[in-house]
Ligand binder design. Structure first.
Ligand SMILES: *[C@@H]1O[C@H](CO)[C@@H](O)[C@H](O)[C@H]1NC(C)=O
Length: 421
């Protein structure tokens, strides 16, 4: 009996994987908070008790996610990145947290996060060691998957430092199998293209979308605008190859949101939010939620920008026009009027001349062709830019230097019913 059952499960696994990783998770891009970009590997809790990577930090961030409206906006994962573990595995070879910084243990932290109605994520590494030198999973993948399931982990970021890039495809696939075998659905975030693509190796995205829910495509983000723009540029340069692999359950991941930290101006922060919304990127914040300035917070909590990102179709938007150093991106949305699609339009400025540049374009240039026209709304300023714009009508929008404008274009129906207006 167990033999027959085992065979049946195995056959289902084999036949179903063709359609993508089937764990029912990440049907829209995951949203949450992760510590790396803002807190890195700060482990000295004596000198820096409020900023060190510790259970206290994650509890506080969980509190803020709930109390400050982030959870209601959709940010529901608290994710630990590297530097949580002890330098040694325990006597049974299990990963264990640093006892000084996580005295209550990971399960207790997961319980705390779950009690708040949030989900809990953790970090491990496919190689011999994590990027910061903590124990890697290469010889313990099955055990680590089981340990994470015991701790009631909901999301695993599986990094790829100190491993052989030629074996990543096999290793990440195996870990996906072990996670599945625990019976606990866990979002599985892979890093293998982030190691292959910068070397010019085209990762196998067909394979990846069968085993991972999201994957870091390329280099890490850092706290500066040029680090954000080089990621955006890599995504546009490779969009025809990679965009089609994003969709419900499987996402390209350009890395964390750095909005609210030291490196981005308010305009640039809108730029990152615009690009991430259009690209259907995971919205994983990495900012000190205890001290974030209200203007940055309002960008992260912008409902309409989040709705564009979380659109159920999950289409990754593309760069469609470059004009006078302004990049025009569009993302088709699920909402339609008389069969015509709505679009999000992102204008990202690569200009540095210090005035809001007036760029001229038509919707037809952006492949938007509804002959009845569109209503155009500016998402961040929450204003109607124009109630009716026909596809070939010339439009002017002012974009601030190294800034962005995010627009929503809603098609107009063929007959406007005067009584209902
Ligand atoms: C494991 O994989 C099977 C087949 O793809 C799927 O039906 C099931 O939901 C998965 N379970 C978990 C816990 O991911």
């Amino acid at each position: 009996m167990p033999g027959i059952l085992g065979l049946t499960i195995c056959l289902i696994f084999v036949t179903r994987t063709v359609y993508g990783l089937d764990n029912g998770l990440a049907l829209t891009p995951p949203m949450g908070w992760m510590h790396w970009q803002r807190f890195r590997c700060l482990t000295d809790c004596v000198a820096y008790p409020d900023d060190c990577v510790s259970e206290k930090l994650f509890r506080q961030m969980a509190d803020h996610l709930v109390d400050d409206g982030y959870k209601d906006a959709g940010y529901d994962y608290i994710i630990i990145d590297d530097c949580w573990a002890s330098r040694e595995r325990d006597k049974d070879h299990k990963l264990q947290p640093d006892p000084k910084r996580f005295p209550s243990g990971i399960k207790a932290l997961a319980d705390y996060v779950h009690q708040k109605g949030l989900k809990f994520g953790i970090y491990a590494d496919y190689g011999t060691h994590t990027c910061a030198g903590y124990p890697g999973s290469i010889n313990h993948m099955e055990l680590d998957a089981k340990t994470f399931a015991e701790w009631e982990v909901d999301y695993l970021k599986f990094d790829g430092c100190h491993s052989d890039i030629l074996f990543m495809e096999i290793g990440y696939t195996l870990m996906s199998k072990y996670l599945n075998q625990t019976g606990r659905p866990m979002v599985y975030s892979c890093s293998w293209p982030a190691y292959q693509e910068p070397l010019g190796i085209h990762a196998d995205y067909d394979k990846m979308q069968q085993v991972c829910n999201l994957w870091r495509n390329w280099d890490d983000v850092d706290d500066a605008w040029p680090r954000v723009t080089r990621i955006i540029n890599w995504f546009s340069e490779n969009q025809d190859r990679i965009a089609k692999y994003s969709g419900p359950g499987h996402w390209n991941d350009p890395d964390m949101l750095i909005i609210g930290n030291y490196g981005l101006s308010y305009e640039q922060a809108k730029g990152q939010m615009t690009a991430w919304a259009i690209m259907a990127a995971p919205l994983i914040m990495s900012v000190d939620l205890r001290t974030i300035e209200p203007n940055f917070k309002s960008i992260l909590l912008n409902k309409a920008a989040i709705a564009i990102n979380q659109d159920p179709l999950g289409i990754q938007g593309k760069l469609v026009l470059r004009s006078n150093k302004i990049d025009f991106w569009t993302k088709p949305l699920s909402a339609t009027v008389d069969g015509s699609k709505s679009y999000a339009i992102g204008l990202l400025s690569n200009r540095i001349d210090g005035f809001p540049y007036r760029v001229k374009f038509t919707l037809a240039q952006l492949n938007m062709t509804n002959t009845n026209g569109y209503t155009i709304r500016d998402i961040f300023d929450s204003v109607i830019v124009s109630p009716i714009v026909k596809p070939h009508e010339v439009m002017y929008i002012r974009v601030k230097p190294s800034g962005a404008v995010l627009l929503l274009a809603t098609p107009l129906p063929s007959i406007i019913n005067v009584n209902s207006v």
